[in-house]
Design a protein around this ligand. Structure first.
Ligand SMILES: [Mg+2]
Length: 373
């Protein structure tokens, strides 16, 4: 077991040590050199609420039919556009969380409580509650951490989407200060559970995109989504040995960003529907499936939050997580008011069995600490 060689004054020093000692699976790419772009003075908290609600709504719409193939799901449920009757809420058609929402809101709670990211506190928080639909990488992390390994040696080498799905709230403590520490905190929070080049880079790329979405007053062109993701991630990835686990492109080898660049632009040029494109590269929890699916949905439906989330829920396999990530992006771009009222009203705001309303309470505290202070 490795102990810290000294006490670090801040997370930036800590991350430098992790880079120097090779403990983080990531290149120190150009992103780390620049402060995030200044947010416009007119930027509204509504965008932050939209990001968090979009994440929770996407998860809730998807998690009742998670892991069905789109074909199977359609036969059983038709096109899903509303919450399904839920056995954990007396069969009412309301929105309940799975791991995506739980871990995201617990992260925000920790950021609020510690006045910023403390990775070890976040690791402890993740051990303190029943996680619904927990993934195998998260289980491995918890096993390692509970056995006494330090947090920075507990993360798994896994390119699953489990860090990406919970990363969005990391932007919130940085909205006012707008420093390079945003990238530092993102890298630390990402590696906590998934210490993997593709996952760490994807988390940084997605956070950088969310930040740009906050400052936009217009919907980006389709190509923006793909180009921006690649621009942010291509020098961050340190491992070129990824390969699809199924689908039409099993001969491909390389970096995640290369696969995304090649296959997403090809699908777009061919005018494939979301279903057709996602069937080709598969749309499960592996980042070579999740990232192309997310970007393709945003390229096709980034102008319409409802349509984007509906496509993610219906046309992908790991639909709760893909809809949660898509939901965070369209919420950050369009704001809370653009998310359908029926989805907002039906969301119970839970992060555990019986804590209705917690999501709004945590958001309200975040607003007071990080925005309207
Ligand atoms: Mg889930």
């Amino acid at each position: 077991m490795t102990q810290y060689p000294h006490n670090f004054n801040n997370n930036t020093q800590l991350l430098h040590w992790l880079f120097r000692t090779g403990k983080i699976d990531l290149n120190e790419g150009r992103l780390f050199e620049h402060k995030p772009i200044p947010l416009p003075p007119a930027m509204n908290w509504n965008r932050i609420e939209g990001m968090i609600l979009g994440l929770a709504i996407g998860d809730a719409l998807g998690n009742t039919t998670e892991s069905l193939t789109p074909q199977r799901r359609q036969i059983q449920y038709g096109e899903i556009r509303d919450y399904l009757p839920n056995r954990y809420a007396n069969y009412r058609p309301v929105g309940l969380p799975s791991d995506d929402t739980q871990l995201a809101i617990w992260t925000l709670e920790e950021l609020n409580g510690n006045h910023g990211l403390n990775p070890d506190c976040l690791a402890q928080r993740f051990t303190q509650g029943r996680i619904f639909g927990i993934g195998s990488t998260m289980k491995g992390f918890l096993r390692h951490y509970k056995s006494g390994l330090p947090w920075f040696e507990s993360g798994q080498k896994s390119a699953g989407n489990g860090a990406l799905m919970r990363i969005a709230p990391i932007v919130i403590p940085h909205l006012r200060s707008q420093t390079k520490a945003l990238w530092v905190d993102t890298a630390l929070a990402a590696m906590l559970t998934h210490n993997d080049s593709a996952s760490n880079a994807a988390c940084l790329g997605f956070v950088a995109m969310l930040w740009q979405l906050f400052s936009r007053s217009t919907v980006p062109e389709a190509n923006w989504w793909l180009e921006t993701y690649i621009q942010f991630t291509q020098d961050l990835e340190s491992d070129s040995s990824y390969r699809p686990r199924g689908g039409a492109f099993t001969e491909d080898r390389g970096y995640l960003w290369q696969f995304v660049e090649r296959r997403v632009s090809q699908a777009y040029q061919q005018g494939l529907s979301v279903r057709e494109a996602c069937d080709r590269w598969y749309s499960g929890a592996y980042l070579l499936e999740t990232i192309p699916s997310v970007l393709y949905i945003l390229m096709r439906y980034g102008d319409n939050p409802e349509a984007a989330i509906v496509r993610a829920v219906n046309d992908t396999k790991d639909n709760d997580t893909i809809a949660a990530i898509v939901g965070a992006a369209v919420g950050a771009l369009h704001g809370k008011d653009a998310l359908p009222q029926r989805w907002q009203v039906g969301l119970l705001g839970r992060t555990a069995e019986r804590d209705d309303g917690t999501l709004w309470r945590v958001l309200e505290i975040a607003d007071q600490i990080w925005w309207h202070y």
